[in-house]
Design a protein around this ligand. Structure first.
Ligand code: SF4
Length: 403
């Protein structure tokens, strides 16, 4: 039984498997503000320097800082500009490269926090990620830290990261981050190479006590073009499995907005397992999950619905030199904060505006009844077709609506 509409914004009553998994009243969480006016989250790549050489790096990170990076003064002006959107102010994530390569990081965090911004950090796990620096950042007001975990063991994770010892250091860092009172997010990039490790990564993430597990579906761009993404059918299976376990942990399916379509479809299904029978991959993931959690399964809770944001629609990315993009994985520049205010770029850049009209997208996405709440991965569409408004080939859904 459900009373939800295709936007997923009204109340749904789930049955069958959904109910047993602690399914949600609302399958998708809508923002309460107008995303054409202000973003929900802004990612600022404060530097591209990093000591790791990760196999999937979006940034093609480099060893040394670029002298043309936004400097401290420019960075503070940018944070002021972001704060000027007013309440509710966007969340700001300082990423890289490795943000800990910047000696002014504590100063930037303190400035942003002082402007009322909720500041988060996405460091690389290197010797720079120390307890004293994390303590300083916490005192400066940083609220959340995200760490990457792309394998369930040192062998697989360290191979992905390109440096030995990172897995063990990540386990230590996760503990420190939690002890210091940060919210901890874990990011996992899923590829053909590690997809069957997901249940073991889930078990590790549950041990960490994370607030959010962000599972990133590889976009073939940057160094990631050398890795193998899942095909659309495999991605569908993994998204269903993620929804299966979303009563255990808050899930974010990064670059897979059709997770929201799946959340709505499952909320509408009489019995999820009948409406969406598991294929071979999902069955294998379910069995391994049950085996790993048998006897010590954590308490299920009300799952947190996925939030309705997408590239340019509640989300924006600023690179180390101040160039603005709809997303970090969509390398089509829409302006520079060295020339224009960020707020103006976000609101008025033609591509940003176009990205807010999913029903005008190409192919299946434009015809899709779920487009207003999904819209597909614009980054994936661009990586494969060269057109950020094309249909998303990583989704296999055939729309019902004619157009
Ligand atoms: S066809 Fe496009 S809009 Fe529809 S669910 Fe798939 S990705 Fe989303």
């Amino acid at each position: 039984m459900t009373t939800s509409d295709r936007s997923g914004r009204s109340t749904a009553t789930a049955t069958g498997t959904e109910r047993s998994l602690g399914a949600r009243a609302r399958p998708v969480r809508a923002l309460h503000h107008d995303v054409s006016e202000r973003p929900f989250i802004v990612i600022w790549e404060v530097t591209r320097a990093c000591q790791l050489v990760c196999a999937h790096c979006r940034a093609d990170a480099i060893r040394d800082r670029n002298p043309l990076e936004l400097d401290t003064r420019e960075g503070k002006l940018l944070l002021d500009d972001i704060a000027s959107f007013g309440a509710p102010r966007p969340l700001v994530v300082l990423t890289g490269g490795d943000p800990f390569e910047r000696p002014d990081l504590v100063d930037l965090v303190a400035h942003g926090s002082g402007q009322g911004l909720s500041m988060a950090l996405a460091p690389s796990v290197t010797p720079r990620l120390t307890r004293p620096v994390l303590s300083e950042l916490r005192e400066a007001g940083a609220k959340a830290v995200s760490l990457s975990l792309d394998g369930a063991s040192a062998a697989t994770h360290d191979a992905f990261r390109g440096v030995g010892g990172v897995f063990d250091a990540t386990v230590d860092a996760a503990r420190t981050v939690r002890e210091l009172g940060f919210r901890l997010q874990v990011n996992t990039t899923v590829t053909r190479g590690n997809v069957r490790e997901l249940p073991r990564i889930l078990a590790t993430v549950l041990e960490f006590g994370v607030a959010l597990w962000s599972v990133f579906f590889l976009v073939p761009t940057g160094r990631g073009s050398a890795l193998e993404p899942l095909d659309a059918a495999e991605e569908e299976e993994v998204l269903h499995w993620l929804h299966d376990v979303s009563g255990l942990i808050a899930i974010k399916a990064t670059e897979a907005p059709h997770y929201r379509r799946i959340a709505i479809q499952r909320a509408e299904a009489a019995v999820v397992d009948d409406a969406f029978p598991a294929g071979g991959l999902r069955t294998a993931l379910q069995r391994e999950t049950a085996r790993l959690l048998s006897g010590h399964e954590p308490t299920r809770r009300s799952a947190r619905p996925p939030i309705d944001v997408n590239a340019g629609r509640g989300f924006a990315f600023i690179d180390h030199m101040g160039t603005v993009y709809p997303s970090g994985f969509l390398p089509v520049a829409v302006g520079s904060v060295r020339e224009q205010r960020f707020a103006q770029i976000y609101r008025d850049a033609p591509l940003m505006r176009a990205l807010r009209t999913p029903t005008a997208f190409g192919g299946r996405c434009g015809r899709c009844e779920f487009a207003p709440v999904c819209g597909g991965s614009r980054s994936y569409a661009y990586a494969v077709t060269g057109d950020p408004l094309a249909e998303d080939p990583s989704c296999g859904y055939q729309p019902v609506r004619r157009g």
